[in-house]
Write a protein that binds this ligand. Structure first.
Ligand SMILES: [Fe+2]
Length: 326
């Protein structure tokens, strides 16, 4: 049994409220209407009228929870102890049976998995939860039964492309590329969409993997011996929404790291900017959906047009910066 989508992401930041401002004001998300584990209230009970957080999206420890569709939350940002970055990825196993089958597969493959108790699952707003690591050391979680809150209303009146495709995608820098590739494909059940050889002799490449029709949910890139996130992607419905987001992001003073452009492989029409945790955020539309007839291929060149700034040198520079930060 394979995972079905990337359900949620946990990030760390020195100031999680920067993410709250960015994601609500500039990108059109909402603060979570209730924090994970918090009571939704009991109708007619004055002693429990509703979530104590009152929809502010900020927990007692300063963590921020963001809502971008009918899930209670999709993005969590926790205060960073050290260098900010990725805290965890939450992969959806869809059903209890799928969850248990995946646990069996992981155990059969000798992967260390920690099955979490109910209170830990409640902190992610899911029914059951387990924790593990990928070979690069990224913290992964698998779960089933997310909490659904159907009252998403974007302050900018748009929707994100999520649902069964998951919340978006992310590109990871991994140094143990072969081990990670085998882990994501042979253990978690991802399939290769396409790949780009950067330097065959040095073993440097980018590998785009899917677990549902979204062209890729996880990309594994090795540009050196560094672990981290290059970017995460949120997808909007059309170019007007992406253009409006670009206008807001520029106006808010975020640094654009790639102009508008269209990728060759996933056809995403997008721009990139540097987010509050040191990695990039891609905002796009029109991403390619794959069907069962898709076969893996190597693609040539990065872009149909645009994406000025998204150069191999810039990507290598970000990897070096991650290495310096440790
Ligand atoms: Fe991307």
């Amino acid at each position: 049994m394979a995972i079905s989508s990337l359900g949620y992401i946990g990030i760390t930041a020195h100031d999680p409220r920067q993410w709250l401002d960015l994601c609500t004001r500039d990108l059109g998300m909402m603060p979570a209407r209730a924090l994970p584990g918090e009571s939704w209230g009991v109708p007619g009970d004055p002693a429990d009228p509703g979530p104590k957080s009152a929809g502010c999206g900020v927990g007692p420890d300063g963590s921020v929870f963001l809502k971008m569709d009918e899930w209670q939350w999709r993005v969590a940002v926790h205060p960073a102890d050290g260098a900010p970055g990725l805290a965890y990825l939450g992969f959806d196993a869809d059903t209890k049976q799928g969850f248990e089958d995946l646990l069996s597969t992981l155990e059969a493959k000798g992967v260390d998995v920690e099955k979490c108790d109910g209170s830990q699952a409640a902190k992610r707003s899911v029914r059951e939860l387990a924790r593990l690591s990928d070979p690069a050391g990224n913290a992964l979680e698998i779960f089933w039964g997310p909490t659904i809150d159907r009252k998403f209303i974007s302050p900018h009146g748009h929707e994100f492309i999520t649902g069964k495709l998951g919340f978006g995608h992310l590109n990871l820098f991994v140094s143990q590329l072969e081990a990670c590739y085998d882990f994501y494909t042979e253990v978690l059940g991802f399939r290769l969409s396409d790949y780009l050889i950067i330097d065959a002799d040095a073993g440097l490449s980018a590998n785009f993997l899917h677990c549902n029709p979204r062209h890729h949910t996880v990309a594994l890139t090795r540009v050196g011996d560094v672990r981290g996130v290059h970017h995460i992607m949120f997808q909007m419905e059309n170019l007007d929404q992406v253009g409006k987001a670009l206008t807001r992001v520029v106006k808010a003073g975020w640094t654009i790291t790639s102009t508008l452009g269209r990728h060759v492989n996933d056809r995403m029409l997008s721009f990139y900017f540097r987010g509050p945790s040191g990695f990039d955020i891609e905002i796009g539309c029109e991403g390619l959906l794959l069907d069962d007839s898709w076969t893996p291929n190597q693609f040539c060149e990065g872009d149909v047009w645009g994406h000025e700034g998204l150069t191999p040198e810039a990507i290598a520079e970000m990897a070096s910066e991650l290495e310096r930060r440790g």
